[in-house]
Design a protein around this ligand. Structure first.
Ligand SMILES: NC(=O)c1ccc[n+]([C@@H]2O[C@H](COP(=O)([O-])OP(=O)(O)OC[C@H]3O[C@@H](n4cnc5c(N)ncnc54)[C@H](OP(=O)(O)O)[C@@H]3O)[C@@H](O)[C@H]2O)c1
Length: 272
């Protein structure tokens, strides 16, 4: 099998695939040192062009910067007859635009749920040919088929994002008020008593990562807003995006994750 784009996602999935006996190819011509080094470190086979990649392998996974997803599919050309999987963080509409470039191949919409660094990260897959992609479970991946239509896997990912990022924005606003009143620890316990034993740790972790990833989340919410606008005039998502924007304005220079949520609030109120 082969990857277009050899960044964090490709490197981590490759480790699992190779460990379980798969042969992995990629093309790193014209790519950055970061990508060359990763490909070398993981010891993958390299080819000179994406055309050669298409001749060599029967499954291609596109794992590129989201804005390059359409170009990545276009670069494969008309001759590829294997399975082309788009695993990028893009909306169902963009997935469809990308996959229409694969004229002869069989296409799959895929979405990584959460960070790829998680052990055996779950990958959702949809489309008629998702079961063929899911055969990579024999080589250590954790692919779950979610439907027969292109757009379902990426759609679920967008909706999950709307929910999880919404919770994070609400936690930030609620717990900042609690922190200023000096009742944050007590509030964690009170909510935890009904939300379950994981609440305290997960709330703290969400506040910390909101501080660090506010800029990225703001952009992500723009995509979610466009997606939700296809079915309604979404209100909540606009507020969530505004909240991340407000946080990002003061924490732009943050270079590492705060140690705890109290530090996140302290940095934020002091403009770092
Ligand atoms: N990392 C995660 O936990 C995670 C989770 C869910 C979804 N995703 C999605 O998975 C995709 C890959 O993420 P990542 O974390 O692996 O990103 P990454 O580490 O930034 O790597 C992106 C790779 O794509 C390459 N690339 C960019 N434009 C290209 C083009 N036109 N043709 C070929 N290669 C190109 C980059 O090469 P250069 O270095 O030369 O730019 C790099 O090798 C993204 O769409 C991301 O949103 C990631």
């Amino acid at each position: 099998m082969g990857f277009i784009g050899f960044g964090e996602v490709a490197a981590i999935l490759t480790e699992e695939l190779v460990k379980n006996g798969a042969e992995v190819f990629t093309c790193v011509e014209g790519r950055s040192d970061f990508t060359w080094n990763l490909a070398q470190e993981k010891n993958v086979n390299t080819v000179s062009t994406n055309d050669m990649l298409a001749q060599k392998v029967d499954i291609i996974i596109s794992a590129v910067t989201p804005s390059a997803a359409i170009d990545s599919a276009a670069s494969i050309g008309n001759n590829f007859k294997g399975i082309y999987v788009d695993i990028n963080n893009i909306s169902p509409e963009v997935v469809k635009s990308a996959l229409q470039h694969i004229k002869q191949g069989k296409v799959v919409d895929a979405a990584i749920i959460g960070s790829v660094n998680r052990k055996k990260v779950q990958i959702l897959a949809s489309g008629k040919h998702a079961p063929e992609f899911a055969q990579l479970n024999d080589f250590g991946l954790n692919i779950k088929i979610t439907g027969t239509e292109i757009g379902q896997a990426s759609g679920i990912k967008m909706l999950r994002s709307s929910y999880t990022k919404g919770v994070s924005a609400l936690l930030w606003e609620t717990f900042y008020a609690a922190y200023k009143m000096g009742v944050d620890e007590e509030l964690l316990k009170v909510i935890g008593s009904t939300e379950g034993p994981d609440f305290e740790a997960s709330a703290a972790s969400r506040i910390i990562s909101t501080a660090f990833h506010a800029s990225r989340r703001q952009e992500e919410m723009q995509n979610v807003q466009s997606f939700l606008s296809l079915t309604s005039d979404p209100i909540m998502i606009k507020c969530i995006k505004k909240k991340f924007h407000e946080i990002d304005q003061k924490l732009k220079k943050l270079e590492k994750k705060p140690e705890n949520y109290q530090e996140a609030f302290l940095l934020w109120e002091n403009d770092i």
